[in-house]
Design a protein around this ligand. Structure first.
Ligand SMILES: C[S@@+](CC[C@H](N)C(=O)[O-])C[C@H]1O[C@@H](n2cnc3c(N)ncnc32)[C@H](O)[C@@H]1O
Length: 296
């Protein structure tokens, strides 16, 4: 089987997430994906087991196959990470990792319209049973709500123009595919914006994906639950990919570290970023930031 995702900041994750030498240790990989980080940890530490969460059952099958050599040391769970921690007992895990967002698999193989470079059905759901898809957002939301989503979750300065163009278009025909949507966005923005360093549809696609999967709403409750679920001395690492995510991580860690009775110690005063070599090898890692805390 081919694995298309390049795991971000492997060396840094490896340096910070070290299981205790004695006894059995357990790590929760909250965003297991194809299992790049999980595989690295399982192959490095024979006393470690990993619970691999992913709400996407298709990518999870790839991780299950990849982790076969590790037998019972890998336990997959098809669950949103905030739901997992909502029912989780306290003080039981040694290491927890979040590598937020979606995987290269989603852009390249999932056929769910995540990429504006492909012509696929507009879906973008990680969970096939989720109530709304990208099609519903694009064809069903009122113009103001659509503009707000694009602005808030994409930080797109032309959100109103883009929302207005989408609503104009759908008066005549539904927008069915990622290519159609990308083309409407492309035509709606000023010409100089079309030739910037990113495709003009990048931010809108990100926003719709975040809306469909409620990505930002899940971060804070999951991190609070994760801190509770860590054993004393256990470590939690979070890789984020844009400022909307990183801000949530940063402020929550600050809150939990600055309380009268602090729950955590921040190990990365400033977030770590990928090395120059990694950024060259994998340009998609450029925006990554890693923050790590230790439970007190
Ligand atoms: C960036 S990828 C992880 C890549 C992985 N660390 C690796 O090295 O292969 C993020 C994965 O988390 C999943 N995911 C995103 N948000 C989630 C959530 N709230 N709950 C569960 N899974 C989630 C996505 O389906 C995706 O497969």
């Amino acid at each position: 089987m081919d694995y298309v995702h390049y795991s971000v900041m492997r060396n840094e994750v490896f340096a910070y997430l070290v299981p205790p030498e004695q006894g059995q240790a357990v790590m929760v990989d909250c965003t297991c994906g194809e299992g790049g980080h999980t595989h690295m940890m399982l192959s490095s530490y024979p006393n470690l087991s990993v619970i691999g969460l992913d709400r996407d059952s298709v990518i999870q099958q790839k991780a299950i196959k990849r982790m076969e050599p590790f037998g019972q040391r890998f336990t997959p769970r098809n669950i949103w990470f905030d739901d997992f921690f909502a029912t989780c007992a306290e003080e039981q895990y040694d290491l927890i990792l979040f590598d937020l967002g979606i995987s290269s698999f989603h852009y390249e193989e999932s056929e769910r319209g995540f990429s504006f470079r492909k012509d696929e059905e507009l879906d973008m759901r990680l969970d096939k049973n989720a109530p709304i898809s990208a099609y519903d957002v694009v064809n069903g939301y009122q113009e103001q709500r659509l503009a707000d989503v694009i602005y808030q979750f994409g930080e797109e300065r032309y959100s109103r123009r883009i929302a207005s163009a989408i609503v104009q278009h759908r008066k005549t025909a539904k927008i069915n595919s990622s290519e159609e949507l990308a083309s409407i966005i492309y035509k709606s923005v000023p010409p100089n914006y079309r030739y910037g360093h990113i495709h003009p549809a990048t931010r809108t696609f990100q926003a719709i994906r975040i809306e469909v999967n409620r990505e930002l709403d899940r971060i804070e409750p999951a991190l609070r639950g994760a801190v509770k679920a860590l054993k004393s001395g256990g470590r939690l690492a979070v890789i984020s990919f844009h400022s909307l995510e990183d801000r949530k991580v940063k402020w929550l860690f600050k809150e939990l570290a600055d309380q009268d009775e602090p729950q955590i110690r921040i190990l990365t005063k400033k977030p770590l970023v990928p090395s120059e070599q990694e950024r060259e090898e994998n340009p998609a890692s450029r925006s990554a930031k890693l923050r790590v805390v230790e439970k007190l």
